[in-house]
Design a protein around this ligand. Structure first.
Ligand code: UD1
Ligand code: UDP
Length: 375
């Protein structure tokens, strides 16, 4: 097969690296970078660390309002897809690059494979929710990371293929493929970020020096990330989050997303010295920082999952999460942007035992490639 993969934003480089490693064993892959993220710390570092091949096409779209950014991607993707004529287009997650990749391919009649299909926040004014719903609705292959994602897609009328994870699904989800009215076939694959984490955690342990560089003691600091539009575009909300971080009992490290840095620069919000604002870090340093934190506070989807997979308690700086499995057992607590809730959640965070294995077995990429091969 000739597969065309569309990436553009930080988490997509991590997911695509795990997929590419498996897909390229038997198939040809054309890698397209939309250029949505372009700073070295948001893009190049992941290509270097994860061994992701250089893009065959770089569309150089850059930042901009949603419509303009997506339109530029669509225009350039259509040209590339026409020229490359792939057998399928692979898109990841819920960014504008996902939306553009899915839409451009669907309009050209090329089957779309959506990695991380079926996630829903049920908040329609969240930009990512629109992107997910549209991408899922035009996809032929819906690669669902969790049973919750499968259930969401079934409710929307997609059809489940025989699940390939070892654990049998509950009887309610055993619909034959013909049961779906919508266009896509659901495959319960497990989460590809778990594949990435498993293959890179040992490297992070041996190669990352970030704790020494920042003079951090394992278990003696909190790690925070903030970048959601809802938290950064509202200065009052951002200020409440930053103030709450400063009131935690331990030092806080905040690798700051460029969107958040820009938001802080455009307001008079003062970040207390207890919060160390650093540039975004590479994947290996991020894994090391998460693994040794006493607690993670974040509005990132990927970081919520990684904290869970690493067995580190998480406080989510949102009022809802797509990754509802992480809430069970108290491994993740929703605290919004309210300092009292954030501090109470951070104090209480002592879940017992191990987080249940809800994200598959770390072989999601294999299942995806097999699904594409069997079609
Ligand atoms: C995007 C995704 C979000 C994802 C996040 C991952 C959309 C709608 N949002 O959000 O779902 O969680 O990526 O990190 O697709 N900027 C830079 N340098 C860069 C990239 C961005 O300075 O390399 C700044 C620009 O000011 C830009 C802003 O960050 O306007 C936002 O970037 P954008 O890609 O539009 O959205 P993200 O907030 O990164
Ligand atoms: N990440 C990273 N460096 C950072 C912040 C995050 O490598 O400074 C990684 C993180 O470990 C996870 C992914 O980026 O694998 C999450 O991306 P992000 O939070 O930007 O987006 P989201 O997952 O919310 O879409």
């Amino acid at each position: 097969m000739k597969l065309l993969t569309v990436v553009g934003a930080r988490p997509q480089f991590i997911k695509a690296a795990a997929f590419s490693r498996v897909a390229r064993r038997r198939h040809t892959e054309v890698l397209v970078h939309t250029g949505q993220h372009y700073d070295a710390a948001m893009s190049d570092v992941f290509f270097d660390e994860l061994g992701l091949p250089r893009p065959d096409h770089h569309l150089g779209v850059g930042s901009g309002p949603h419509g303009r950014q997506t339109a530029r991607m669509l225009e350039r993707l259509e040209d590339v897809m026409r020229r490359e004529a792939p057998d399928a287009v692979v898109v990841y997650g819920d960014t504008n690059s996902t939306l553009a990749g899915a839409l451009a391919a669907a309009k050209l009649g090329i089957p779309v494979a959506h990695v991380e299909a079926g996630l829903r926040s049920f908040v329609r004014d969240m930009p990512e929710e629109v992107n997910r719903i549209v991408a899922d609705s035009v996809s032929a292959y819906l690669f669902a990371p969790t049973q919750t994602a499968v259930d969401n897609l079934l409710r929307e009328g997609h059809a489940l293929t025989v699940p390939s994870l070892d654990a049998p699904p509950p009887p309610s989800t055993l619909h034959p493929p013909s049961a779906g009215a919508a266009g896509g076939r659901i495959y319960l694959t497990g989460d590809i970020m778990y594949d990435a984490l498993l293959s890179h955690a040992p490297l992070a342990a041996t190669h990352s020096r970030v704790l020494d560089e920042l003079a951090l003691r394992p278990g003696g600091y909190a790690l925070a990330t903030v970048h959601r539009a809802a938290n950064t575009d509202d200065a009052a909300r951002l200020e409440r989050i930053v103030d709450a971080l400063a009131m935690l009992r331990e030092p806080v490290v905040l690798p700051v997303h460029p969107r958040t840095r820009a938001a802080l620069a455009h307001t008079d919000i003062e970040v207390d010295a207890a919060v160390r604002v650093i540039d975004p870090v590479g994947y290996l340093d991020m894994l090391a920082l998460q693994q040794h934190a006493r607690i993670v506070l974040t509005d990132s989807g990927g970081v919520q999952k990684e904290a869970y997979l690493l067995g580190v308690p998480c406080v989510t700086l949102r009022d809802e999460t797509e990754w509802v499995e992480t809430l069970a057992g108290g491994w993740n607590v929703l605290a919004g942007a309210d300092p009292e809730r954030i501090l109470a959640a951070a104090r209480r965070a002592r879940p017992a035992g191990e987080p249940p294995p809800v994200f598959g077995d770390g072989h999601a990429a294999e299942r995806m490639v097999e699904a594409l091969e069997s079609a």
